[in-house]
Write a protein that binds this ligand. Structure first.
Ligand code: UDP
Ligand code: MG
Length: 343
């Protein structure tokens, strides 16, 4: 039975569009960062300028995903200023757990996720916030094009989204990433999802709500290199497919049926050929080829089933998604800032 007390959308929030006053609201920015010292050094002052202009209470939460560079040192300086918070994870857990840690720490009425490498332009934040004030629950940025990417990555992405398209009624918009603003109700709904395999792009789509896209063109990375090489992208694609589709399992059974049918037909053909033309059954090469072919199919099928079993294994263990080493800093609130000045 559904407990209505636990539902993330309260009756009052149905009129949230009119309640979204920027002056009383808290805007949170969640920035997952892994070895991004040089980029954070550029991003944080820019975020401060943009957020201060909004006239809202605000906080920037840098989630340090086990950085080994000077990020902790840099953040030790920033957290002295109101508005900056620092959540340090105990090791590198990956971008998706880092985002979840940030969402759990965020106090905002609206939460914005953006990368630390300045590929997600902070100048887009005021537009996102104004759409949220107009009543949109989730405003996500969509790449205008992928001309800046290699041909291989573009084809891979296209293939991935077409394979994902049958994800049980959930439409995952292609070309949209983690750069987005979410209302508190959306964040609460996301945090209610207990799964460990957090393919965030799928989860954003799964929770629903009123969404709107805005077009943008990612800037080039300011310092360092992307953390996602071809192998990691493939791993992420597999995580997405196993979390949101079951058609590969069905495909295995269908392939099994098709092959059984073909081998039955071929068997019939050999018998007929022998009866009609008395052809001796000679077929050493045929047998070896067929044997190897079916061994391949068997292993592929086992691998596909194994991928799903591995996900079940991860979920059943029930380990926490991440471990926090330390969390410091505080949000910028107008009233607190004024009392700070009068002290
Ligand atoms: N990131 C992270 N943990 C990781 C890998 C990446 O927190 O294990 C962060 C990274 O610091 C950056 C964001 O995720 O702020 C996006 O990473 P990146 O720029 O490498 O990915 P790309 O833009 O190439 O997709
Ligand atoms: Mg990047």
């Amino acid at each position: 039975m559904t407990s209505f007390e636990n539902l993330p959308v309260s009756p009052e929030s149905l009129s949230s569009a009119s309640a979204r006053s920027i002056h009383t609201a808290m805007i949170s920015c969640v920035v997952p960062a892994y070895n991004e010292h040089d980029n954070l050094d550029l991003l944080l002052p820019r975020l401060e300028t943009v957020l201060a202009r909004l006239g809202a209470n605000w906080e920037v939460i840098v989630v340090d995903d086990g950085s080994r560079d000077a990020t902790p040192l840099l953040m030790a300086g920033w957290i002295r200023r109101p508005g900056f918070r620092y959540v340090q994870l105990s090791r590198n857990f990956g971008k998706e757990p880092a985002i979840t840690a940030g969402l759990e720490a965020a106090q905002g009425d609206a939460v914005i996720i953006l990368d630390a490498d300045l590929q997600h332009p902070p100048d887009l934040l005021p537009t996102m916030v104004s759409r949220w004030q107009a009543g949109i629950d989730m405003v996500y940025a969509v790449r205008e094009n992928r001309d800046d990417e290699s041909l291989g990555k573009r084809w891979g992405t296209r293939l991935f989204y077409s394979l994902l398209s049958d994800s049980r009624g959930v439409h995952v918009p292609p070309h949209a990433g983690d750069f987005r603003l979410m209302d508190r109700a959306v964040v609460d709904a996301l945090l209610q999802l207990p799964e460990r395999n957090r393919f965030m792009k799928g989860l954003y789509a799964w929770v629903g709500f009123q969404t709107e896209s805005i077009a943008y063109m990612p800037a080039t990375r300011q310092h360092g290199e992307s953390h996602f090489n071809a192998f990691k992208l493939l791993k992420l694609a597999l995580a997405g497919l196993t979390a949101f589709t079951t058609w590969p399992l069905r495909a295995v059974s269908l392939i099994g049926f098709a092959i059984s049918f073909c081998s039955f037909a071929y068997g019939l053909y050999i018998i007929c050929e022998y009866l009609m033309f008395r052809n001796p059954v000679n077929g050493w090469p045929t047998i070896v080829t067929i044997l190897l072919f079916f061994s391949g199919i068997n292993l592929i099928s086992l691998g596909i089933v194994g991928e799903y079993v591995a996900r079940i294994f991860d979920e059943v263990k029930g380990r926490p998604l991440y471990v926090v080493r330390q969390a410091t800093g505080r949000a910028f609130e107008h009233q607190v800032a004024q009392s700070d000045r009068s002290d």
